[in-house]
Design a protein around this ligand. Structure first.
Ligand code: MV4
Length: 463
């Protein structure tokens, strides 16, 4: 088979699990050789088997393997790779790692180290994105360093408000403040928590948006200033800041609002000189006002729903952009067709969400029309307690949301994972929930859903 001429002949994947497999699949389609790295306990993972070459980089704990920069860089040098794909998590948003790759003449598949660093600082990201034209929630322009300063700002911003850590994200170091009596304590505890978690106690305040939706725009930008968007993903179904399920498109975005949010995200990325795939996260309030929240500078877990409705390959685009290729198509070439839903299958107890590592004793994957499964496990695989509990993603695509829900329901019914507990039963129940089916979802959906179901369980046992 003839492949197009490629700048990258060989890529190292500095990751594990389903995303490492996902990246290898696209590399194979592009005629690019792959090098897997793995820890001791991941020797039998599928990413190791799928890759052309593999190297063990350390023992099970991530700090000694998947976060071990010297081991990864030496592997890249020994195997003579042109580029490193970091996936998500681990080193994907480490500006330090991106800088080391640059210094070693290995292309880091992602944006520049300086933009990764900028987006990691939430106060700076907020300022820069606001200057680049994105709406932000009313808030403090800088870090708030005293209760007095906070109270003064809060009089203009209004209550309720939120104290957020500048180095945060993922919900850590966040506090809701309902009135001025609560502000001092919230500033102090959020700052202490952030200092312990991120080595950076800077906090800022924002007006609190009640019951928002989490809507994010996928962008692709090349090194020549061209940028397009691939529409939105609705990610409001989360528990403790862990997404459980995502879909595209969102039930509440009109074509006009999609265009407005997409064009705003694209304009901001162009102003910043962003070059790679990226995601601009927004809060959408009940009146459909949108506000910039954060920007993710990596491939995301939920990227397949975008791939299903646009037929774009986000990983392929990331690689081509890193090779210095121009985007090669325009916004008018992007069409959104049908509806896609992704369920994250975690090795967890579906009631308590406690991790459930162990050996998979029976295994069947769903198939049929419009079903995609991204996974790295198989029958007999031992799920390690050392890593993230995500073991598979089931993604469906159909003409309408209603048909996509029916398709997901039957795909989940056909999926068998025995020997460990998984979140499959939880997803089945969400698919059957009337509010979910009506598209009535916001970031509080899981609280509603879990209390409803625990009450049902109490009634069932006569409580
Ligand atoms: C907010 C917010 C309401 N108002 N900011 C959560 C994680 C971090 N990235 C920002 N987060 C939020 N910021 C203002 N001004 C509500 C959240 C939030 C949230 C956002 C998206 C998805 C789920 C969430 C769950 C709780 C809180």
């Amino acid at each position: 088979m003839a492949y197009e001429p490629r700048k990258f002949k060989k890529i190292l994947i500095a990751n594990r699990g389903e995303i490492a497999c996902r990246i290898i699949w696209t590399c194979k389609e592009m005629g690019i050789k792959t090098v897997a790295v793995h820890s001791d306990v991941d020797r039998d993972s599928l990413h190791v088997r799928f890759a052309d070459e593999a190297a063990c980089i350390g023992p099970a704990p991530s700090a000694q393997s998947y976060l071990n920069i010297p081991a990864i860089i030496s592997t890249a040098e020994i195997f003579n790779v042109d580029a490193i794909h970091p996936g998500y998590g681990f080193l994907a948003e480490s500006p330090y790692f991106a800088e080391i790759c640059d210094a070693c003449n290995i292309k880091f598949i992602g944006p520049s180290a300086s933009l990764i660093r900028l987006m990691g600082d939430k106060i700076e990201a907020r300022r820069v994105m606001h200057e680049a034209g994105l709406p932000v929630v009313p808030g403090s322009p800088d870090a708030v360093t005293s209760e007095e300063e906070g109270l003064k700002l809060a009089r203009e911003i209004g209550y309720p408000l939120m104290v957020k850590a500048s180095a945060g994200g993922g919900g850590r170091g966040m506090r809701i403040v309902r009135n001025e009596n609560e502000l001092g304590k919230a500033l102090e505890t959020a700052s202490t928590e952030a200092a312990a978690a991120f080595n950076n106690g800077s906090v800022y305040i924002e007006r609190y948006v009640e019951q928002p939706r989490h809507i994010e725009i996928q962008v692709l930008a090349d090194e020549y200033g061209d940028c397009i968007h691939l529409g939105e993903r609705e990610c409001s179904i989360q528990r403790r800041h862990q997404k459980l399920m995502e879909e595209a498109p969102s039930t509440v975005l009109t074509p006009e609002l999609r265009q407005k949010m997409g064009e705003a995200a694209v304009a901001a990325c162009k102003k910043l000189g962003y070059a790679s795939a990226g995601t601009v996260e927004f809060l959408l309030d009940a009146q459909n006002n949108f506000y910039f929240m954060e920007m993710n500078t990596r491939i995301q877990v939920e990227h397949p729903v975008t791939e299903m409705v646009t037929l774009a390959d986000v990983v392929r685009n990331q690689i081509r952009i890193a090779e210095g290729e121009p985007l090669g198509y325009t916004q008018d070439d992007v069409l959104i067709v049908g509806h896609a839903i992704e369920c994250r299958i975690n090795a967890e107890n579906p009631e308590t969400f406690a991790p459930s590592p162990g050996t998979i004793t029976a295994f069947n994957l769903p198939g049929g029309p419009g079903v995609r499964v991204d996974t790295f496990v198989y029958s007999g695989y031992r799920v390690s307690p050392f890593y993230d509990s995500l073991i598979a993603k089931v993604i469906v695509h159909a003409r309408t949301r209603e048909l996509a829900i029916a398709r997901m329901r039957r795909a989940l019914d056909a999926m068998v994972i025995e020997g460990i507990k998984t979140t499959i039963p939880l997803h089945v129940k969400i698919m059957d929930d009337p509010k979910f089916r009506r598209g009535e979802i916001d970031t509080n959906f899981m609280e509603y859903f879990l209390t409803k179901n625990s009450r049902k369980a109490e009634i069932a046992v006569g409580g």
